[in-house]
Design a protein around this ligand. Structure first.
Ligand code: F6R
Length: 596
């Protein structure tokens, strides 16, 4: 979740402090490296490195940077490790052009080889540099910037936005394709950024770009062109009146809701990244394939992702994977663990003490240890042999949502590749997620008054949806403070059924293949006066048996399992808000648990 910012002024001036401030305002997106470039006349001053904005800016004295134009970028590593050379912005071959991007250029590896074969100087592994060379390629053929960007757009696959400028010019140019980009218009300057928080302290007059638009920024005006035909686009600026706090939430009332809605986009970024990093994925898959015993280890929500992963490895690849709650790893398995075994340690924060304890125990027995985490540079990522990044950017809300779905998708994609299941079209998954979030919201909200008076609830699932039932129940108890148990649907009759009284709500999460079994469970609840609420794909029998139904879009059973957790996230959110609780900061809980 990188962030870019660029500014164009009328005359050469001190730009360093403006760039530092803009970079600081983008840090909420998550990053591992930072850089700044200023352009004045015939020179470009470029300073960058891995590290925090404060540290890098101080070490390289960004504050003294002057110029007529400036660019800063915060990088969240996808292509290439966090390092000075991979940090952005990047120069073109001759050093007379500089640019930075946000997003993922999925054909980066192929493009870098082409650029090198064409004689260009490629300094890093980073895909932001590919954006610069893609423009350089056509500027070198004598094109102007707009035409060069139009041609580069055809070469660069993926979702991205980039900003670029050159010496002997007075403008910056930028394009949006999939990643956010907003223009700011001030007195005697214009600016551009991935997001509003870095623009609003400078000006409240903005133009939001749409995909496929190129913008040219002068100090006193901007011009928009269509990337397809180069035609001019007219758009008046709008004035932003919201507070900075609400802007950071992107107009959503809470970070949790914003993060729920971000899930399709971060899923898309994750899938792009995995597709572009096949060498690393093959390496991980080989280890999984050859593992004598495979353990998937985590706590809380991350454990539920492990449980889902275990079902996917079995169903898609015929591989047994043992899901383990991290503190139970030592008493239950360690005595039998040895070389030849593989542990994948899963954690949003990468700092959970329970997980680190299990890691240390596994390593002491010679187990190969890999990790999956969201926070770059976290202890877990540093202490494991290889690390699968979740590419979610910051997750601010305490309840994990987007990190969970990207953990699940990582396991799903690994299992599908291991099992040769190319029939699963992962490209459709982000759109299915977006459709689910959009279509279920009304039915979810309608259920809130019915369910919210109850302080005891059950969410039941089976097979592929069992982990989602556990996760839905955890979300619900975490932020509504109601007691909610997630359970295998078939277990309900072995005891908890006695809790059912008139109106007692039980949610049944079902995949398309498990409907008959779930209907049995529904009727066991209904005939005792309970209310059965089904979450699943459209199915006349399911709808006829359940009291209420939350319908998710049609897909295959594997994708359906992931989609089914989205209404449960929304349900817990709306219930918490209706109870007057702040879902972002539930009582007694912390985002990072570094204690035993
Ligand atoms: C629930 C939640 C927690 C965490 C758990 C492990 O929404 O976020 O259950 O999943 O504390 O944390 P990580 O994933 O950081 O290891």
């Amino acid at each position: 979740m990188c962030g870019i910012f660029g500014i164009v002024t009328a005359n050469e001036q001190a730009l360093g402090p403006i760039l530092i401030d803009a970079a600081k305002r983008l840090t909420y997106r998550g990053y591992d490296s930072v850089g700044a470039a200023t352009i004045s006349g015939r020179t470009i001053d470029l300073r960058k490195d891995a590290g925090k904005v404060e540290d890098v800016a101080e070490k390289y004295n960004f504050a003294e940077m002057t110029g007529q134009r400036g660019i800063t970028q915060l990088r969240w590593a996808t292509f290439g490790t966090p390092s000075q050379v991979n940090a952005q912005p990047h120069l073109d071959s001759d050093g007379d052009m500089v640019g930075a991007h946000n997003g993922n250029v999925v054909n980066n590896v192929e493009l870098r080889q082409q650029f090198m074969a064409e004689g260009m100087t490629v300094r890093s592994e980073n895909d932001g540099e590919s954006c610069v060379h893609a423009v350089e390629r056509y500027i070198g053929q004598g094109m102007d910037f707009i035409s060069a960007i139009q041609h580069a757009y055809k070469d660069l696959e993926g979702d991205y936005a980039f900003v670029i400028g050159a010496i002997n010019d007075d403008k910056l140019y930028a394009i949006k394709k999939g990643s956010g980009l907003v223009v700011g218009i001030g007195e005697d300057f214009t600016c551009i950024s991935s997001d509003l928080p870095s623009i609003l302290p400078l000006t409240r007059d903005v133009i939001r770009l749409e995909d496929g638009e190129i913008v040219t920024l002068w100090a006193d005006k901007v011009q928009l062109h269509s990337v397809v035909d180069g035609g001019l686009i007219a758009r008046e600026p709008e004035t932003i009146t919201e507070s900075m706090a609400s802007v950071k939430k992107d107009g959503y009332p809470h970070f949790m809701l914003k993060e729920i809605h971000e899930q399709p986009q971060v899923a898309r970024e994750l899938l792009h990244r995995m597709a572009g990093d096949q060498e690393e994925i093959e390496h991980v898959l080989l280890k999984i394939k050859n593992a004598r015993n495979l353990y998937l280890i985590g706590c809380g929500t991350s454990y539920h992702a492990c449980l889902a992963g275990s079902v996917y490895f079995s169903q898609l690849a015929g591989k047994t994977a043992i899901p383990v709650l991290a503190p139970q790893f030592e008493p239950q398995y360690l005595n039998a663990v040895g070389e030849g075994d593989l542990g994948i340690f899963v954690s949003q924060s990468g700092e959970t003490k329970d997980v680190l304890n299990a890691l240390q125990a596994g390593q002491s027995k010679g187990m190969t240890c890999l990790s999956m985490a969201n926070v770059i540079g976290s202890t877990l990522t540093l202490k494991t042999e290889a690390w699968l990044p979740l590419v979610c950017g910051y997750e601010i809300s305490v309840p994990a949502t987007k990190t969970f779905t990207n953990q699940v998708i990582t396991f799903m994609a690994l299992a599908a590749q291991l099992g040769g299941r190319s029939d699963l079209d992962f490209d459709t998954l982000p759109d299915l997620m977006a459709e689910t979030i959009e279509t279920v919201d009304t039915s979810v909200r309608a259920l809130v008054p019915k369910i919210n008076p109850w302080e005891d609830l059950y969410i039941l699932g089976y097979g592929l949806t069992y982990p989602m039932a556990l996760e839905g129940a955890l979300k619900l108890k975490e932020i509504t403070y109601a007691h909610c148990e997630g359970m295998l649907s078939t277990e309900f009759k072995h005891g908890p059924l006695s809790a059912v009284t008139e109106g007692f709500p039980v949610l049944f999460v079902t995949g398309p293949e498990d409907v008959p079994l779930i209907i049995s469970g529904i009727n066991e609840v209904k005939c005792r006066g309970g209310e059965a609420i089904a979450v699943g794909q459209s199915d006349p029998a399911l709808a006829a048996n359940a009291d209420d139904m939350i319908e998710i879009p049609d897909s295959n059973p594997i994708f359906a399992s992931l989609l089914s957790v989205l209404p449960l996230q929304l349900l817990s959110y709306h219930m918490a808000v209706a109870r007057g609780y702040d879902p972002d900061f539930p009582r007694n809980l912390s985002k990072t648990l570094t204690v035993d």
